[in-house]
Design a protein around this ligand. Structure first.
Ligand SMILES: O=C(O)[C@@H](CO)OP(=O)(O)O
Ligand SMILES: [Mn+2]
Ligand SMILES: [Mn+2]
Length: 560
């Protein structure tokens, strides 16, 4: 429950500094092993290295957990990600996250007993229609989990549905870059086992790579969603994605992926072109019809919102859907708690309450947040507990710097860091904002390419930009807090020396730069059992001269 009043008491002995408090999230920058796969180390970021060693000496540095239970995931084997990371950073508390809530609901069986389950699955069984499942097919546990899909499939069959079509999106971003076929094989096995008694017809209908088909986010590129709509709903592949060697229509997903590998050896799974499965008569077997139902089996929202809008908005102007069958659509979770997208969902989302922005705005603290498109929702929507929009526009300004397309990240790993920095410098110099947060996307977005050379350039650019904003903040008598939401760029080779494209289990750095520092406080985590990124915002509140709410995870600093 949200508390009724958002008030922060001043600290008795520390009033904060005159200038702004700047929080920098270096997305996807963890502490690595200083080895060949550690692109952070390989980049020799002069400024970051200097700050880290100086703050270590002053007792203003620590390392924080950013994965597993510390951020509300099911186990400590789960790597961190931007959603849970920014949720923990912005809320200062740890909530059970989607991955865990879905597991629990499936475990207790509650999942199959809700009104919405009956509306979507029960109704489909009664009307003898088809259920379609769209989502990311892997065990990455960032957006989805294949084991959850399998349990949902069992439930669908048990409820009496006879016809099932899966529209899997290949991952390669939370799992090894070319592991797609492994998961497709597991899915084919599962579908075969459901079909054994001859009464169930369960098949793959269409698919593609997550970064090219369906899973766009923050309106970076609606064409991605359009490709997904075409493949999943219409059973159609645009001619632009068809060549003599890659015909777009295949008799199995395995054939589609094997063909893509041959024709486009440079493309990882995440960029696999769309494919549609056809029968002997060349008709798409997964085309949607009036009365069918659709379940999006992703639990994470950012990359599920746009396709959800395509299904549920009557007036939809982002692209011409051409064919809009009357289907019932459901998310695994509610993806946007503010805009209520989608309206039907199978598991209630985490209740992320009493987020820091409610306190900062109630205290009338002018706040500013900025990132480029790929991470814009991270410092706003995720930061604010999966709510889009302002908490109180009277005291907040959010700005997005338009990103370049995904395809450019590897060859231009500097991304839009310069533009973000330029705008940030104007904001700092304007002296209008007391609390500023920024996400630099480079470490993470370039980390996902697995290209170490690009990653090194990304870290160098990050280092150069941070120097500018740190200098500006410190000369304005402010304080800078630098941390990250999870690791990525510091571990780009797996144990066998293969390219790694995913996040990591590594801790992240946390340090405080304060040019007016006279020993008033120190980082002291001795009383915190497992210091994690959920401890950051209470620390920020302290550095601004306020006590954090008592139920927040403890501050990382003590005052002398
Ligand atoms: O790109 C994404 O969707 C995820 C990886 O699946 O990365 P992040 O959590 O950093 O946004
Ligand atoms: Mn991230
Ligand atoms: Mn990432």
């Amino acid at each position: 429950m949200d508390t009724k009043e958002y008030h922060l008491e001043p600290l008795p002995s520390f009033r904060g500094r005159k200038g702004p408090l700047l929080v920098i999230i270096m997305d996807g920058v963890g502490i690595g092993k200083k080895d060949a796969g550690d692109a952070f180390y390989q980049a020799h970021p002069t400024n970051l290295n200097t700050w880290m060693s100086e703050t270590k000496e002053k007792g203003l540095y620590t390392e924080l957990r950013a994965h597993g239970i510390a951020v509300g995931l099911p186990t400590d084997g789960d790597m961190g990600n931007s959603e849970v990371g920014h949720n923990a950073l912005g809320a200062g508390q740890v909530f059970s996250q989607g991955a865990r809530l879905v597991n629990d609901s499936l475990e207790t069986g509650e999942f199959f007993e809700t009104e919405n389950w009956d509306k979507i699955v029960g109704e489909t069984a009664r009307t003898n229609q088809t259920i379609h499942l769209i989502g990311l097919l892997s065990d990455g546990n960032v957006h989805s989990h294949i084991e959850q899909l399998f349990k949902i499939l069992d439930g669908i069959v048990k409820t009496g549905v006879k016809k099932i079509r899966i529209h899997p999106l290949l991952d390669g971003r939370d799992v090894p870059p070319d592991s797609g076929l492994l998961f497709i094989n597991q899915l084919e096995e599962k579908l075969k086992s459901l079909e054994t008694d001859g009464k169930i017809d369960a098949k793959i209908g269409s698919g593609g790579g997550r970064m090219y088909v369906t899973m766009d986010r923050y309106e970076s590129n609606w064409d991605i969603v359009k490709r997904g709509w075409n493949a999943h709903v219409r059973g159609f592949v645009d001619s632009i994605d068809i060549t003599k060697d890659y015909p777009g229509y295949f008799t199995s997903a395995t054939k589609a992926i094997e063909t893509a590998r041959k024709v486009y050896p440079e493309k990882q799974d995440q960029y696999n072109p769309p494919f549609v499965i056809v029968n002997d008569e060349n008709n798409p077997i997964g085309k949607m019809n009036n009365g069918d139902a659709v379940i999006n089996f992703n639990f994470r929202g950012d990359r599920a919102i746009e396709i959800s809008k395509a299904f549920i908005f009557e007036d939809f102007a982002y692209f011409d859907r051409i064919y809009t069958p009357d289907v019932k659509y459901s998310g695994l979770l509610e993806y946007d708690g503010d805009a209520h997208i989608p309206t039907i969902f199978l598991v209630p989302p985490p209740k992320i309450t009493n987020i820091s922005a409610k306190y900062f705005t109630a205290m009338k603290i002018p706040s500013f947040a900025i990132a480029e498109t790929h991470k814009f929702g991270h410092v706003t929507y995720f930061w604010n507990g999966n709510n889009t929009g302002y908490i109180n526009s009277g005291y907040e300004l959010y700005e997005e710097i338009k990103s370049e397309p995904n395809e450019m990240i590897e060859s231009h790993p500097e991304m839009r860091a310069d533009e973000v920095t330029e705008r940030l410098l104007q904001i700092i110099q304007s002296k209008k904002y007391k609390y500023i947060r920024v996400n630099y996307a480079n470490g993470d977005m370039v980390g996902h390419t697995g290209n170490i050379k690009s990653c090194i350039r990304a870290v160098k650019k990050l280092d150069e930009c941070l120097k500018k904003v740190v200098d500006a903040t410190l000369s304005a008598d402010g304080i800078v807090v630098i941390t990250a939401d999870h690791g990525n760029v510091e571990e780009k080779l797996d144990k066998k020396g293969n390219v790694k494209t995913s996040h990591t289990l590594n801790p992240v750095p946390f340090f405080i730069l304060d040019s007016n520092y006279k020993g008033e406080y120190q980082v002291d985590t001795s009383k915190i059992e497992e210091p994690g990124i959920s401890n950051v915002i209470a620390t920020v509140m302290n550095l601004m001269g306020y006590q954090a709410p008592g139920f927040y995870e403890k501050s990382l600093i003590n005052f002398n």
